[in-house]
Each structure stands twice: as structure tokens, then as C-alpha cells.
Design a binder for this molecule. Structure first.
Ligand code: N01
Length: 548
């Protein structure tokens, strides 16, 4: 259809948002504030995104509750009372539902509705979105708030589908309560999800077999009730704390220590590691500013953790299996635990090193390794996610000239600022590949993206612009920059999901932007201030402007 030759049908919505996690919820709120009509499609039957699906025992946020929460509304941040330093999954889900009620969001969210396809029509500059109920909806702007860790990775272990007992994936846990009391349980994987769930499962199970392929570094959480005085102090000074987080490297109240690990004496370094170990949490990796860029500096921190593992785990053979050597600390996501290493002192827990004793197959009865078969009643797959691109590539997204996103990203994601993709006009990705996202406090990154997108939409409206999309050259330049920043650090030395190394056949490309959230924010602000430099903006032809 030639613009102007036939009347273009009005889109049903100005914007469609895919996903009702924290990103989609806030996006909907901002779209309403712009006076735009919007609808959110959500595959689950409730809000909360990752916290809706990840209900495994022990699931809890590794970021402190007062930091892992919305900052855009002072009323919301003042009203909600967090109960613990690190919030549990049920508490975060209650929070998400409470916010949805406060903002009356649910009336514009279509639950149990999965987006299967989204095709851009150049004649009308509209997206047509097809959902799991078979219906189609047209919109001008398509906003992907699909999360970074939303497609569970079923490992390609032969026979995994044949297991006859109860099988679970941490990323897609049943909603009904389940107890492992009296059961023999096997768990495959020792990433963050496993490390959180293992102490709880071990406290219930008759016996727990843990299959570890790569030993991980984990730092204690030292979780506990949130003292009312601390909560009051934070609430009184929230404005300053949030400001600091937004302009920091990692999106936290406390920024990375600006000092090099080489600048201090061995004693001082040990004291600092000890202080951070005792304090607990992800801040351990921010002890010095070169832990992620200098191997020798990193080794100091890694060795500190290795020695703590040896101190905690009583059986020296088990301790040595748990000691991570194969990659520098922090080049795979650091884990945070509550009694993980201590669990290996329990008589009902056995660690199987799947490097020495590889898993051969899953049978009807359990897990068969090169040595023996472990019969189990339940099998937990804590095997992670097809992160950052997996969910987007599973949707049939087609831009200009029928360009498929999944083929455009065949060799790895390319994106301008993690916000948009060339050839896919009026499509935005919240915390997409190429943005700090998973290397940061997700809430800080989500809010920054939502606000940037909302401001951009306002600009487009005010200037009667019909389409916006990244310029291919700016996109290529940014994608190169993302890789260059990561290459200047130690990330190539860890087989992380950050670079897709956990998925067979996935291109190994470092996906998040490691330049820091503060720096990234000012780059995005500059782009906006320069009339969206690096994006191509096109005005609607006068005769076809009825949709804008
Ligand atoms: O997944 P992972 P996760 N055979 O990919 C192993 C976030 N998160 O769900 O390392 C045997 O980290 C795999 O082994 P290896 C957080 O960002 C946040 O635990 O590849 N083993 C690894 O041990 C985190 O990083 C919170 O050798 C196999 C494990 O499975 C991200 O989610 C809480 C295997 C997967 O670990 C993902 O964590 C939890 C196979 N075929 C998670 N395939 C918060 O608190 C995989 N593995 C916010």
C-alpha cells in the first residue's frame, strides 16, 4: 500500500509493551502519563516478571531491598516497608502487586498472553503483534520489556525429558508449595539459583546430590531483618542515595572503591576483603577499582575467597572441589549465599564434580555419570537461562523488508545503546544487549531506560516524527564499543552467560555494556540532548499522518 493511496487504519494502541515485570509496569505508567494509549501483554498470570517465575526455595534478591525498588515515586518508596536486608521472592512479588495496585496498572495488562510475533508494516508504520490466543493488535510503538533472564535453559543432557520423578527448573518453578522432605534429590548446576536453593533443599531432603560442572565464587549475604533505624535513615536520605546509585558504576548506593588493589599493602587488602566479606553481598567485587581489569589484582580477591571456602568446608577433598580456579572472580556473575559452603558439612549432602565424573545421561530413575547412577526422587535443573537475547529471538520479530531479528542477530546481538535495533523502527528494548543491565542494579537500569524512552516518545510526538530507528553505522560503532570495553577487562576469561557461553551453539559475544551505569546514563542523555543523534528520525508524509 502506498502511503496516501488508501486510508491507513488507525493503530489500536499508541504503544504495546511486552512483559509486566518491573520494566513493563513502569513503562505502562509513563506511557499513561504521556497520554498515550497502551496495553501490556504478559505471558504469566500475574505481574513481577522474573519474580513471578523464579519461585525456587531460597529465591531472594542479591541486591538489598532498599536499593532493588522503584525510586521514581517518593510516595511509593516512602510507603513500602521492606522487612529484610535482602528481599525474598514472595516479598518482591507482593511489592510488585502492591505497586500495580497503587498505580492501577492491571486494567491495561493482558495476562496469560504470550507474544508470538511482531511484524512492522512500512506502509502504515505500524507494528502488528500476534499473541498466543491467535489475535492480532496494531500499535505504533513496540516496547520489549521481556527481561534479561526469562528463557530457562533446559540442558542438552541426553534423556533429560525421560526422568520419571518430579523435575523442576529453578527459572520456571511451580506455584504450588512442594517439599523435598524425605526425598533423595539431585540438582544440576551451581550458579546463583542453585547456591540460593541448595541450603534449603538440603535442610529438607533425605539426601542431596549436587552436580557441579564449574565451581563458583560465592560471598555470604549476611541477611537479616532490616533494622527500623536503618530503614528510617535511608528513607530520610533516599533522594541522595538514589542519586548516588544512578551516577555510580554499578547502580548501588556504595560505589566501587576508586583505589587500585596494588596501591595498598597486603595487610590493608586483607582487611578490606575481610570487611566486605563480613558485610556481605555483591559489593565484594567493588573492593578495588581494578579487580575486573587486572589479573594480579583479581587474584588477590579470588585467593581470599578460596581460603574462606577451605576454612568453612570441613572435608578437605570436598573443599578443594568447591574452590574455583578456572576463571577470575567476577568474570562470571558473583554468587551471594546464605550458608552455601556450610551445607557441604551436612552428612546428607554429596558433591559430585562433573568435570571428573561427567554426567552421561538422565535416566528414568536419576542421573548416570561416567562412574555410577544416582537414583533420585526429584531432579532440580538449576541450569540457567538463554540470557538477554533468548526471549527476543524466540519471538518472530520482523522489521523493515521483513528483516528477522533472529537472523539479524545470528552472529550475536547488535544494538544501539541496548535501546533499539537498526531496521526495526519504533521498537525499543528495555535493558537490551548493549546496555549495562545485568552488570548493574537492574532497577536503576530499568528506570533509566523507561525514562529515556518516555522522553524520546514525548519528543517524537512534539516534533511530529513518525519513526525512529538506530542508524546502522551508529549501531555498529556502539556494538564495537561494547565489545571493546569488555575486552579491556577480564571478561573473556570466564565462560559466562553474559557472553552466551552457557548455551550450545550461541555466538560467544559479550552482551552487556561494562562501562558503568553513570557513564552510560550521560551517553544516553547526550544522545537525547543532540536531537537523538545516532538515530534516524522520519516525519510522516502529510497525507498519511493520521496515526501520529
Ligand atoms: O544460572 P547460571 P542461574 N551440565 O547460568 C550448570 C541471576 N540470578 O540460574 O558454570 C552440567 O549462573 C552451569 O555450569 P557451568 C544472576 O544474575 C539472580 O544460577 O556452565 N551443568 C552452572 O553451574 C545469575 O547469574 C538472583 O559449567 C550445567 C549452572 O548450571 C543468573 O540469574 C538469583 C549444564 C547455571 O548457572 C543465572 O543464574 C538467582 C549441563 N549441561 C539468579 N548446563 C538474584 O538474587 C548448565 N549447567 C537477583
Amino acid at each position: 500500500m502506498t502511503p496516501g493511496s488508501t486510508k491507513v487504519a488507525e493503530p489500536e494502541f499508541d504503544a504495546l509493551v511486552v512483559g509486566a515485570g518491573f520494566a513493563g509496569m513502569y513503562m505502562l505508567h509513563r506511557l499513561r502519563k504521556l497520554g498515550m494509549t497502551a496495553r501490556v501483554f504478559e505471558a504469566g498470570d500475574g505481574v513481577g516478571g522474573t519474580w513471578f517465575w523464579n519461585r525456587y526455595p531460597g529465591a531472594r534478591c542479591d541486591t538489598e531491598s532498599v536499593e532493588y525498588s522503584y525510586s521514581f515515586s517518593d510516595e511509593i518508596q516512602q510507603k513500602w516497608e521492606w522487612s529484610e536486608r535482602y528481599p525474598t521472592q514472595p516479598e518482591i512479588l507482593r511489592y510488585a502487586n502492591w505497586v500495580a495496585e497503587q498505580l492501577d496498572l492491571k486494567r491495561d495488562i493482558l495476562f496469560s498472553t504470550r507474544v508470538n510475533a511482531a511484524h512492522f508494516d512500512e506502509a502504515s508504520s505500524q507494528w502488528t503483534v500476534t499473541t498466543s490466543d491467535g489475535s492480532t493488535t496494531r500499535c505504533r510503538f513496540l516496547i520489549m520489556a521481556t527481561g534479561c533472564l526469562s528463557t530457562a535453559n533446559l540442558p542438552d543432557i541426553p534423556g533429560v525429558e525421560t526422568f520419571a520423578g518430579s523435575r523442576f527448573h529453578t527459572g520456571n518453578w511451580p506455584h504450588e508449595p512442594f517439599s523435598f522432605e524425605g526425598q533423595v534429590v539431585g540438582i544440576i548446576g551451581t550458579g546463583s539459583s542453585a547456591i540460593q536453593s541448595i541450603p534449603i533443599v538440603a535442610s529438607q531432603a533425605k539426601h542431596l546430590y549436587i552436580f557441579q560442572r564449574t565451581a563458583n565464587y560465592s560471598v555470604p549475604a549476611h541477611n537479616g531483618p532490616l533494622e527500623p533505624e536503618r530503614l528510617d535513615e535511608i528513607k530520610t536520605n533516599y533522594h541522595d542515595y538514589r542519586h548516588r546509585a544512578r551516577h555510580s558504576r554499578r547502580g548501588y548506593f556504595e560505589d566501587t572503591n576508586p583505589v587500585s588493589a596494588h596501591q595498598v599493602s597486603e595487610d590493608e587488602r586483607r582487611r578490606e576483603f575481610e570487611r566486605r566479606w563480613q558485610f556481605g553481598g555483591l559489593g565484594f567485587i567493588a573492593s578495588y577499582n581494578d579487580l575486573l581489569s587486572d589479573e594480579a589484582a583479581n587474584e588477590h580477591a579470588a585467593e581470599f575467597v578460596r581460603n574462606r571456602i577451605r576454612e568453612i568446608v570441613e572435608d578437605p577433598e570436598t573443599a578443594e572441589k568447591l574452590v574455583p580456579y578456572s576463571y577470575p572472580i567476577g568474570t562470571k556473575r558473583l554468587c551471594i549465599d546464605s550458608g552455601y559452603y556450610e551445607t557441604f558439612n551436612q552428612p546428607n549432602v554429596t558433591l559430585i564434580d562433573a568435570r571428573d565424573e561427567p554426567i552421561v545421561e538422565v535416566t528414568e530413575r536419576g542421573i548416570r555419570t561416567s562412574e555410577t547412577e544416582y537414583n533420585v526422587d526429584s531432579l532440580i535443573l538449576a541450569t540457567g537461562f538463554d540470557a538477554m537475547t533468548g526471549t527476543l529471538k524466540r519471538i518472530d520479530i520482523r522489521g523493515r523488508n521483513g528483516l528477522e531479528l533472529r537472523s539479524y542477530w545470528e552472529d550475536g546481538p547488535v544494538s544501539y545503546l541496548g535501546l533499539g535495533v537498526s531496521g526495526f523502527p519504533n521498537m525499543f528494548t528495555i535493558t537490551g544487549p548493549g546496555s549495562p543491565s545485568v552488570l548493574s542494579n537492574m532497577m536503576v537500569s530499568i528506570e533509566q531506560h523507561v525514562e529515556w524512552i518516555a522522553d524520546c516518545l514525548e519528543y517524537l510526538q512534539a516534533n511530529s516524527i513518525e519513526t525512529i530507528e538506530p542508524d546502522a553505522e551508529a549501531e555498529a560503532e556502539w556494538t564495537r564499543h561494547v565489545i571493546e570495553v569488555a575486552d579491556g577487562m577480564l571478561f573473556s576469561k570466564g565462560n559466562s552467560w553474559w557472553k552466551g557461553a552457557n548455551i550450545e551453539g550461541k555466538p560467544t559475544v559479550f552482551m552487556p555494556y561494562a562501562g558503568g551505569v553513570g557513564r552510560y546514563r550521560s551517553i544516553c542523555d547526550d544522545v537525547a540532548a543532540n536531537s537523538y543523534s545516532g538515530f534516524d528520525l522520519s516525519k510522516a508524509p502529510a497525507s498519511a499522518s493520521s496515526t501520529s
